[in-house]
Write a protein that binds this ligand. Structure first.
Ligand SMILES: [Cu+2]
Length: 351
């Protein structure tokens, strides 16, 4: 790969000359989030190898092995739930019209399952224990064979539907290439899987929320905020606003039940400190398949210096819309086209 014709996508470069370390720390401190992105070729040898994200599996027959695995995203070790040793699980690349067979083997001590989010399937193949026809999950040591025909194309994802396994890593993306030529032109594509990781056991997170729903919200309004509001807006406007929130029994600081206080946010399984990396050539149309595979985080995503043209939502092609920023709710997928016209570094920034 020649240096002048390739660039890479990484988090090494942050906008506004803020060092990466300070930036990520600063953002985590405010209990919001993380970013990663697109940069130039000079850096790529150093950062490429460890940061290229999850593997891609393609074909018609797949073996998926679900197991526990030691990971370290934060400096201290934890146990994740992985597929074929990967977090996120491997990207599955299917072809519309194919019938695929997925042999899913459970190496955990608990029941597991895989739900194929957004795929149109016979009810017994949907993978939701207790709801899907004759499917009660996959018992420890057992293999369940999913088999279904792909009757659609687009970007989707899959995840565990058992316990809190999704929070601990059991999620991956699905790309179904269309049978007919794709109406959207692109030179290369990347999955950008966003997720939220905690070293805490999700059972503990849940137990804390049951006792105190704003346990992780350390940015509540304070007495000094009240004084500042009175100074800026006057007493009666401040009183009216506070009583409105109080009547609703809500906090305007309640953006998310679980926050950066415990979460490390991941892009393709890579932390903001390391940065996921992807290459592009100047002038290419790059299709980014954005997937929000988090347990409970919304993301506002932008690429400073690049406009994004949204071409699909939840796997469905849409009339193209060009935006600077896009919000991804939990479980949503959006496909965007970006056209970097130079060899500059770009950061995919998700907040
Ligand atoms: Cu789902």
């Amino acid at each position: 790969m020649s240096e002048d014709s390739n660039s890479l996508i990484s988090a090494a470069c942050q906008p506004q000359n803020i060092s990466r370390r300070r930036f990520v720390l600063g953002v985590a401190g405010s209990s919001l989030l993380a970013g990663l992105g697109f940069t130039p070729s000079i850096l790529h040898a150093a950062v490429q190898q460890a940061q290229t994200g999850q593997p891609t599996l393609s074909g018609k027959v797949f073996d998926l092995n679900i197991a526990e695995q030691a990971v370290n995203f934060t400096g201290s070790g934890a146990i994740a739930t992985t597929v074929n040793g990967s977090l996120p699980a491997p990207t599955l690349r299917f072809k519309e019209g194919d019938t695929v067979t997925l042999r899913v083997t459970n190496h955990l001590k608990q029941t597991t399952s895989i739900h194929w989010h957004g795929l149109i399937l016979p009810s017994g193949m949907d993978g939701v224990p207790g709801i899907s026809n004759n499917f009660n999950g996959i018992a420890p040591g057992e293999t369940f064979v999913y088999q279904f025909k792909l009757v659609q194309s687009g970007t989707y994802w899959y995840h565990s539907h058992s316990g809190f396994q999704e929070q601990t890593g059991l999620y991956g993306s699905i790309v179904v290439d269309p049978a007919e030529p794709d109406p959207v032109a692109f030179d290369r594509d990347y999955v950008v899987m966003l997720s939220d990781w905690s070293d805490e056991d999700p059972n503990d997170i849940y137990a804390k929320l049951k006792k105190l729903s704003h346990y992780y919200n350390v940015k509540q309004r304070s007495h000094s905020d009240l004084m500042a509001d009175i100074k800026n807006k006057g007493f009666s406007a401040t009183w009216a606003e506070r009583s409105m929130w109080s009547q609703m029994r809500m906090s305007q600081r309640d953006l998310s039940d679980v926050t950066g206080y415990t979460y490390t946010y991941l892009m393709n399984g890579v932390t903001p400190a390391d940065g996921w990396v992807g290459l592009f050539k100047r002038g290419e149309k790059v299709r980014l398949r954005l997937v929000n595979g988090s347990a409970m985080s919304f993301f506002d995503l932008r690429i400073p210096g690049l406009m994004m043209t949204v071409v699909a939502a939840d796997g469905q092609n849409v009339e193209p819309v060009t935006v600077q920023e896009i919000r991804l709710g939990v479980a949503e997928t959006y496909d965007v086209i970006v056209e970097p016209s130079d060899d500059s570094a770009y950061t995919i920034f998700a907040q």
